[in-house]
Design a protein around this ligand. Structure first.
Ligand SMILES: Cc1cc2nc3c(=O)[nH]c(=O)nc-3n(C[C@H](O)[C@H](O)[C@H](O)COP(=O)(O)OP(=O)(O)OC[C@H]3O[C@@H](n4cnc5c(N)ncnc54)[C@H](O)[C@@H]3O)c2cc1C
Length: 380
């Protein structure tokens, strides 16, 4: 531990958690040298990827250059990819050389487990703008056929899945095809290994989501393990079916660079944190967002909202550490999302007190658009 005045602090990543950490760390430590290490000086706003196929958003709308944000907050951007972390976080190996720090917040996101045979035949839309643009092109080219949409999980890290966004792609594509007057030419099939997909969002959510599927003529194949894919085939444990377009999100694990690190990992391969977001047995090293595994309620999903809460917690507790005081701020567990259908949105909020789920409302679709605008404004 060193005096905070002369501290060099590192943040890994430039996504949701990293930028919230940077902003809050600067507030807590006005004098510190803060270096943020990431391959690109931009934020990609993932929640609006769902609006690319309908042209409601263009790729350039979802990418924010961070130079203004960095200079406003006196953050030094180090253009590099992290390849390893050692000495309990005090040393970082990067593509631009080795760096040393007095404190670290890791926020380099998760990685999708692409081990299923034939996974290359499925579009993995949550990986970013390029796969979503590719699947949009494919959808435009199709005159009709079957569209299969599903997601899997990481059995050792149950929170590491992208259920909400895949429901958004499902309902969004249904709405888009209706708008285009060609829904009758397509069969849409949702597949999931769980009997009750979406339960993490709330006890009654699966039944409401399945009813929405029935109302929209979407077939659901539930409770069967996903075995793999062919060029036009989805292979489930008890059956296989033909599909002209496959969207599948596998479960997540930790970033690849962890293989070259001495950080403690959870059974699912994420960085193991305590309730203060400190990496276990690594004083002065914290983790926030999709990279981490945090103690807490089993319903807490990995989402940007949670990443922001964890990042703020990490910044406060790192500052305490630098001031030689014990961590006091614990992670607040909360799920808030709007599951968008392209014309409506379903607000879901879950805390320890229970779940609030509103029916699909037009105003919630607009609320999600307004939230995006306000969220991105802080980084422009
Ligand atoms: C389609 C979609 C819709 C979503 N909708 C919502 C929603 O409505 N609400 C919600 O709360 N959440 C939503 N999410 C989830 C949310 O986007 C993620 O939980 C969030 O992005 C996690 O933030 P993060 O900072 O941990 O990781 P990321 O946002 O993935 O950021 C990781 C950062 O680390 C950088 N990085 C990666 N590797 C390295 C390396 N080796 N060295 C240095 N830097 C590295 C990356 O470039 C990136 O800047 C959605 C996700 C998707 C895909």
């Amino acid at each position: 531990m060193t005096s905070s005045t002369a501290s060099t602090l590192h943040i890994i990543g430039s996504g949701f958690a990293a930028l919230t950490a940077a902003k809050n760390l600067r507030k807590q430590q006005p004098q510190a040298r803060i270096q943020l290490i990431s391959p690109r000086d931009e934020l990609v706003y993932y929640p609006s990827l769902i609006w690319l196929p309908s042209d409601l958003r263009k790729p350039s709308d979802l990418t924010v250059n961070l130079n203004n944000f960095f200079s406003r907050n006196q953050i030094e951007w180090v253009e590099a990819s992290v390849t390893g972390v050692s000495a309990q976080g005090r040393s970082i190996q990067t593509s631009a050389g080795e760096l040393h720090n007095d404190g670290l917040i890791i926020a380099s996101g998760g990685r999708f487990i692409k081990k299923l045979p034939g996974i290359e035949h499925a579009f993995t839309p949550c990986e970013g703008i390029d796969p979503v643009m590719a699947l949009s092109d494919r959808l435009t080219q199709l005159d009709g056929g079957t569209i299969a949409i599903g997601f899997g999980g990481n059995p050792k890290e149950p929170s590491a899945m992208r259920g909400g966004p895949m429901f958004e792609f499902l309902f969004g594509i249904d709405t888009l095809l209706r708008r285009q007057g060609r829904r009758d030419k397509f069969k849409i099939v949702f597949f999931n290994p769980a009997e009750e997909p979406g339960k993490r969002l709330g006890e009654k959510v699966p039944q409401k989501i399945l009813k929405m599927m029935t109302d929209r003529g979407i077939e659901a194949k539930l409770g069967q393990k996903v075995m793999g894919f062919g060029s036009k085939q989805v292979q489930l444990a008890n059956e296989s079916f033909t599909a002209d377009l496959i969207l599948f999100m596998p479960g997540m694990t930790g970033p690849a660079w962890l293989a070259n690190s001495d950080l403690p990992l959870s059974p699912g391969g994420m960085i193991q944190a305590d309730e203060f977001t400190q990496v276990v047995d690594c004083p002065g090293t914290f983790v926030a967002g999709d990279s981490g595994s945090f103690p807490g309620p089993e319903w807490q999903p990995k989402q940007a909202h949670a990443a922001d809460i964890q990042a703020k917690t990490a910044a406060i507790n790192l500052s305490q550490y630098l001031n030689q005081k014990p961590a006091q701020t614990k992670i607040k567990h909360e799920l808030i999302c709007i599951v968008d259908t392209l014309d409506k949105g379903i607000l879901i909020k879950r805390t320890d007190k229970g779940t609030l789920m509103l029916p699909p409302l037009r105003i919630m679709h607009y609320a999600k658009r307004v939230f995006e605008k306000l969220y991105l404004r802080q980084y422009r």
